[in-house]
Design a protein around this ligand. Structure first.
Ligand code: PAF
Length: 285
């Protein structure tokens, strides 16, 4: 595996591969890699001849009171894991390399989809994500890019952005990777105390219970959100949102919607966890 830090070096490698007719898969990350990231890399390998991974903790997607400074930076361990995973190129740029003119003046922003779920409480977050992902797509010029379904809203927004801006890249969603107790793998799980870690899988269980309630015929979505949100609060979470959304628009689902995602964000202490489950509702005539 080669590790490079500059835009021009990435372009040189990728140009060489494309000239040889090789397809390039891309997995953008913020590092602190875990098995979830490795499953994305595996997916990229299954679809492409070579795989590029970026590690960049992107400042423009963190709000002023969020965890940019304490976000774990573990480049040496990450690079070792990437070698084991058969990665061809690691792009690990500095903030200056990605934002050479300082404060960004050019933004990529997707309307509407960013207004709901995490977007409602993390102002500017998705604008930071879409801006940096656009830059990374322009730098790496991949044929395929793989993102985790744990970040359901991020994936939906990136799909929309890539389609509307005609990026010549296929966006692939990979299933959420989970610990044996169901907790969705996340770099932020490392912040959980022992007791918080024990409680954390409850989030996924609650979403599954809600899904089971819908499958059993309950259709008052707002009442279900309230009941299951309160149950999480009582268990010790601070719920940011628990929403039954229409899976394409991400707007709160109505009783006639059939393609649903149940998504939640909740804090345990200082650690914000997100998770989601999808379901298709069969409408009875
Ligand atoms: O999902 C992430 O890790 C980040 O949001 C991403 C896509 C790498 C952009 O910084």
């Amino acid at each position: 595996m080669q590790t490079v830090h500059s835009v021009s070096q990435v372009r040189e490698y990728v140009r060489g591969w494309h000239n040889k007719g090789l397809s390039v898969g891309f997995v953008p990350t913020m590092g602190n890699l875990h098995e979830g990231h490795l499953s994305l890399i595996k997916e990229a390998h299954a679809r492409c001849d070579v795989v590029v991974v970026s590690i960049f903790v992107n400042p423009t997607q963190f709000g002023p009171n969020e965890d940019f400074d304490r976000y774990p930076r573990t480049l040496d361990a990450d690079a070792a894991a990437l070698v084991d995973a058969g990665t061809d190129l690691l792009f690990a740029p500095s903030v200056d390399e990605m934002y050479p003119l300082g404060q960004n003046q050019t933004w990529v922003d997707v309307d509407n989809l960013g207004d709901y779920l995490c977007g409602a409480s993390r102002e500017g977050h998705f604008r930071g994500v879409t801006t940096v992902v656009s830059k990374l797509f322009n730098i790496v010029q991949p044929d395929v890019a793989v993102f985790g379904e744990k970040d359901f809203q991020q994936l939906a927004i990136i799909r929309r952005m890539a389609e509307e801006l005609c990026f010549p890249v296929k966006i692939v969603g990979a299933a959420t990777s989970r610990e044996s107790d169901g907790l969705a793998r996340s770099s932020r799980n490392g912040f959980l105390s022992e007791s918080e870690r024990k409680l954390a899988p409850r989030l996924y269980r609650q979403l599954q219970q809600l899904k089971a309630d819908i499958e059993a015929g309950e259709r008052d979505f707002r009442a279900l959100e309230k009941r299951h949100g309160e149950a999480l609060d009582q268990a010790g979470f601070q719920v940011d949102y628990l929403t039954i959304a229409e899976a394409r628009s991400l707007a709160p689902a109505g009783e006639n919607d059939t393609n649903l995602v149940i998504a939640a964000a909740a804090k345990l202490g200082q650690t914000r966890l997100i998770d989601n489950v999808s379901l298709a509702v069969v409408r009875t005539p």
